[in-house]
Design a protein around this ligand. Structure first.
Ligand code: GLY
Length: 370
């Protein structure tokens, strides 16, 4: 039997995850990347696996997919580790979402009520119960929602391991292709690179994140995916003083095993510009020293930015497009690309294999804006 040839456009976390899953299921996969694998949003991420803290409104389909992915992570990351023979940090830290005022606390209590029905064993911590968990936290904190189920991963190392895992099982990866043009997507899938090379396959899986909107004309459909810049900075610390992921309504701090404390992130509309601004990092420094006063006399040793792929309605576009039986989209993961790596890989691979898919068909349909 001939193996189905799948071309994945985009070598970020989503493209690599889908490539790994599809190759593992027996397809012959090629990844086409205009720059370097993991060079955009994926490599810039703080790596939080935090569906409860990042989705605070209610248990919608996006939250459900995020939760599904969190549950897939322990086994998935173990497989990537074994296949790649590369190590990366994966820490079950739990998280604290800080309330400074009575009104914030009420919101956290409301959130805890519905999140308990979805697997959270969270609780509200106050006083000693809170400060013994995070001793250097400001005493202005009135309470926190503690969610033990949340974890984090060191995204640059994880993406690099995923790329190596793909290579080790036979995925063909082409980087630095500069520009890609889809020249045929009905009778077969054909893509031309800037250097004139052609790549052929049976199906095309689009995983180009914030750049996916540029394919709207090609596919005669609306693809409302927009870049939202996230500026982020990191401090060097000695013995890691922060042991949970700590969120407040301004952002988050994550202590990494390599003795850095990562602090994110702005949400700027700046097109495809990944410049770091004084104002953006200044804002992070202002609130994070309120949260952790020991940061007041520290300066970040590193700051950077990534472009999150946001969508018009906040949900990703995952599924086969109506115009062609050869094109599947998996884009628009906004703040949760790293978290959604395993669940998206499985969902997108199901679409490629035309397997009956889940309840998300409607909510994530790529055609819902057209
Ligand atoms: N998931 C964290 C962020 O997007 O900043």
């Amino acid at each position: 039997m001939t193996r189905e040839k799948i071309m994945v456009m985009g070598g970020g976390i989503i493209g690599l995850s889908c490539a790994f899953e599809l190759q593992s299921r027996g397809c012959q996969v090629t990844v086409l990347e205009t720059k370097r694998c993991g060079g955009q949003a994926s490599g810039a991420a703080a790596g939080m696996l935090a569906p409860y803290s990042e989705n605070v409104e209610g248990p919608d389909d996006f939250f459900q997919l995020c939760l599904e992915s969190l549950h897939l992570y322990p086994e998935w990351q173990q497989t990537i580790r074994q296949v790649s023979k590369q190590d990366f940090e994966y820490t079950s830290s739990g998280s604290l979402y800080i309330a400074y005022h009575e009104a914030d606390l009420l919101a956290l209590e409301g959130r805890l009520l519905w999140q308990r029905q979805y697997g959270s064993s969270g609780s509200i911590l106050e006083g000693d119960a809170l400060f013994s968990r995070e001793p250097l936290l400001t005493r202005d904190a009135q309470a926190a929602l503690y969610t033990p189920e949340e974890s984090h991963i060191y995204a640059p190392h994880y993406v690099s391991a995923l790329e190596q895992a793909c290579r080790n099982i036979g995925v063909q990866i082409y980087e630095h292709l500069d520009e890609l043009e889809i020249v045929e997507w009905q009778r077969e899938a054909v893509v031309r690179a800037a250097d004139g090379r052609f790549f052929n396959g049976d199906q095309l899986l689009i995983c180009s994140g914030a750049w996916a909107q540029q394919l709207a004309e090609t596919f005669h459909m609306n693809i409302p995916v927009y870049p939202i810049r996230g500026q982020i900075c990191a401090y060097e610390v000695e013995a890691q003083p922060v042991s949970h992921m700590v969120f407040c309504n301004q952002g988050y701090l994550v202590g990494k095993a390599n003795s850095t404390l990562v602090c994110g992130a702005s949400e700027d509309v700046a097109g495809y510009d990944t410049t770091v601004t004084e104002k953006g990092i200044g804002r992070l420094k202002n609130w994070n020293k309120q949260l952790f006063p020991f940061l007041a006399d520290k300066t970040p040793f590193h700051s950077w930015a990534g472009l999150r792929p946001a969508t018009q309605d906040g949900f990703p576009l995952i599924g086969r497009i109506a115009e062609s039986s050869r094109v599947v989209l998996a884009v628009g993961h906004y703040r949760n690309g790293i978290l959604l790596s395993p669940a998206t890989a499985k969902l997108a691979a199901d679409y490629i294999e035309d397997k009956q898919t889940s309840a998300y068909n409607q909510s994530f349909s790529p055609d819902r804006f057209s």
